[in-house]
Design a protein around this ligand. Structure first.
Ligand SMILES: Cc1cc2nc3c(=O)[nH]c(=O)nc-3n(C[C@H](O)[C@H](O)[C@H](O)COP(=O)(O)O)c2cc1C
Length: 192
């Protein structure tokens, strides 16, 4: 994992566990929370997750950006909507992300029904199996897919290219940001 990414649970300004939301104290309805869980080994999915978080950071929802290794069932239960971001590895959900789903699936089952989600997959050449597997997990959770699942292809198909640090293009980052913005708007407006 690149050193420039903070391991903090409050990577997006204003999204921590520390201070209670002033709106709760003043009786104004609480801001909804969009949780973005990601795993990335060579930076591609991380950039996609950060772009989604940036797009969602309009001030109308709380945005929490967590690494899959740091995220747990409580994080899912406390959020109102989700974006899952991961690479496809060996024609499957990348292992660390799969571990997140394995650790949280039964603790969250029947407790997050109907909540909205979106899915962003970073792939070297395909990505469709990671999408299919994650959508099945989310169907099991009775989540509602709120946006088209998105695959960003890094065209990494040789060992050298697969192991190299990734740089996601502006157009693809914008698609990720648009997904974040759409989820945030839907949550804020009460559509989801
Ligand atoms: C062990 C391994 C297996 C991979 N298998 C696939 C695969 O099945 N399909 C695919 O499209 N890309 C595959 N890739 C390529 C990654 O998805 C691609 O490098 C992606 O950019 C990684 O995301 P990251 O930069 O966020 O780590 C594989 C990469 C690794 C390291």
């Amino acid at each position: 994992m690149p050193a420039d990414f903070p391991s903090s649970r409050a990577a997006i300004a204003g999204c921590g566990d520390a201070a209670p939301d002033a709106r709760v104290r003043t009786g104004v309805p609480r801001l909804k929370t969009l949780l973005i869980v990601f795993h990335s080994r060579t930076g591609g999915a991380r950039q996609m997750a950060e772009a989604a978080a940036h797009g969602a950071s309009t001030g109308d929802v709380n945005v929490r950006l967590l690494r899959a290794a740091d995220a747990g069932a409580d994080d899912l239960l406390q959020a109102d909507g989700y974006i899952f971001v991961m690479p496809e590895n060996l024609a499957a959900i990348a292992g660390v992300m799969k571990d997140f789903f394995d650790r949280t699936y039964y603790a969250a089952l029947e407790r997050i029904n109907g909540r909205a989600y979106a899915l962003l997959v970073c792939a070297g050449s395909d990505g469709t199996n990671a999408v299919r597997q994650t959508e099945r997990i989310c169907t099991g959770w009775r989540l509602r897919r709120a946006a088209e699942s998105l695959i960003v292809c890094t065209h990494a198909q040789t060992p050298e290219k697969i192991l190299a640090a990734k740089s996601i293009g502006e157009e693809d980052l914008q698609r990720c940001a648009d997904t974040g913005a759409a989820l945030a708007a839907g949550l804020a407006l009460g559509v989801f």
